[in-house]
Design a protein around this ligand. Structure first.
Ligand SMILES: [Zn+2]
Length: 138
C-alpha cells in the first residue's frame, strides 16, 4: 500500500498548531475502493454515545472521565452515518503528528481496539514511533 498520498493529505488538511484541540493531532482516514470516504481528527469533547466505550491509556489507566474523543471512534461514526460501505471492505489509517510536525505513535487505544475487534475492518495501519506504518493485528 502506498501511504505517501495519505500522509500528504494529512499534512495538507492539518490545521495550524495554535488551533489544535489536543497536545498532538490524530487523524483517521477510512479508505474504501482506493478512495478516502472519511477523515476525522481527535477532539476535546466527549460524545455521550462514546461514554459506553471506556477509554484506557497506554499505561492501562482508565481515562473515561477526561473529555476527548478519539479520531478512530469519530471516523467509525462518520462512516456509519454517511456511507453504506461495509467495514469489511474498509482500510483505516491512523496517523499522529506531534508539535514538531513529525509523524509519531498512533496505535489504537484499548477502547478503540475493542471497537475494531467488533467492526472487523479490512485492515488497520498506524504510524509507529519512527513515523512508519505498521499493520495493526485485529
Ligand atoms: Zn481510541
Amino acid at each position: 500500500m502506498d501511504f505517501s498520498k495519505y500522509v500528504e493529505l494529512f499534512y495538507g488538511i492539518a490545521p495550524p498548531i495554535e488551533e489544535w484541540e489536543m497536545r498532538s493531532l490524530h487523524i483517521t482516514f477510512a479508505i474504501y475502493k482506493r478512495r478516502v470516504i472519511a477523515g476525522t481528527f481527535n477532539v476535546r469533547k466527549t460524545n455521550p454515545i462514546n461514554l459506553r466505550n471506556r477509554k484506557i491509556n497506554k499505561e492501562g489507566v482508565d481515562k473515561s472521565h477526561s473529555s476527548f474523543t478519539c479520531s478512530e471512534w469519530r471516523c467509525f461514526r462518520e462512516v456509519k452515518r454517511k456511507t453504506n460501505a461495509p467495514f469489511s471492505d474498509i482500510t483505516f489509517l491512523n496517523m499522529r503528528m506531534n508539535r514538531n510536525k513529525e509523524l509519531c505513535y498512533a496505535s489504537p487505544c484499548v477502547g478503540c481496539r475493542s471497537l475494531l475487534a467488533w467492526a472487523e475492518p479490512r485492515a488497520v495501519y498506524f504510524t509507529n514511533n519512527e513515523g512508519k506504518f505498521e499493520l495493526y493485528p485485529i
